[in-house]
Design a protein around this ligand. Sequence first.
Ligand SMILES: [Zn+2]
Length: 424
Amino acid sequence: MEERQIKPGTIILLVLLVIGTVAAALQIGPTMTLKNTLQVESAATPTPTADVRSMMAVTLPPGVTPQPTVMLLKPGVEGDEVKKLQSRLKELGYYTGEVDGQYGPGTQQSVMLFQAQHGLDDDGIAGEATRNALYASTAQVYIPTPAPTQTPSSLSKGAEGDSVRQMQERLKELGFYNGECDGDYGPGTQTAVRLFQSQHGLEVDGAAGEMTLGMLYSDNAKQVTVTPTPDPNAPPLLVNRTHKLDDNYQPGDLVLLRSVLPESVVYVKGSEIEGDRTAVAALETMFRAAIDDGIGDWQISAGYRSIAYQEKLFNNKVSEYRQQGMTGDKARSAARKTVADPGTSEHHTGLAFDITTPGKTFMGTPQQKWLHEHCWEYGFIIRYPEGKEDITGFVAECWHIRYVGVVHSIPMRDSGECLEEYLD
Ligand SMILES: [Zn+2]
């Protein structure tokens, strides 16, 4: 817009520049359009063609110096006037390059910054209005625009915006997140954060605090380690006191139960309880069938537990006993009686769940009877049955079920074998 107020002197120079450019275009190749040539020139940051300078030299009468204010400074132009422009831009903080008199992309960029900050049309061309503003005493120093997203020190479920989106993108890049990067810290993002935390030795709470964000954006952030959902036809995974899971074991497809299971079907006791996607789908089918049979009021009290979380539970118990005066060894063996040794709990697989009914002891309820009779039809087994304690190594737990898939659960029901016997 500012370039419309052109003084007569400018027109002469403009005409000369156009002639020069046309001449340059002809030199480069007759098939090239003028537009293409200009693009090539600005992209390559050339010095002006010799033609322009020689024509200026011959056309302008000796002793007549072009008035700086009328000369159109733009990419490709070079000379003292450009130097002057660069020095002034540098002085004000817009330009950080060399004052070399070459109107390259760096100069163009700083002119655009100057123009934007002064309410001028930011075309990167230093015309009259731009230079008037630039050399005026009221010219402002460069104020850098703040980075588009400032990383807050913590984010948690319910948060929204660019910093959440940025976090989702980073989690996705590392393979922890496969949802949409929509800037919405929902259950899926929370699950991804938990997975990231558990694989980086951080406290697993699903909230991205200072430690989690610090690790996430650091060079120490690792790619996800995924343990795929077991093949339903392969033998079920055995986890017990003698078959410990590897410390890095991490189910690859966990879902937050509350985000998947409708409350009308089952009440999930904790908002953070997770489980393997396939197993959770089987739970829903099973509970719907129970409701059809007239048995409702189901509750899930436990699901997936990371080894790190189990370690925390275990260590808390140990220190509780040590405070009571026990030695380390005694405290550990006492803790083992109530809290499973990290790595030995089936809950690490994401395939085990504790099923209860709210406010009651589960044993003897209609829910318990229905579960023991029918869970097999949906791929679940009663993992620690009565009478098998010596083999499983666990006291009977009527509430603990384990998903193995119907390929295995039906034969196990029919043979009456526990998992150790079945796999033998
Ligand atoms: Zn259990």
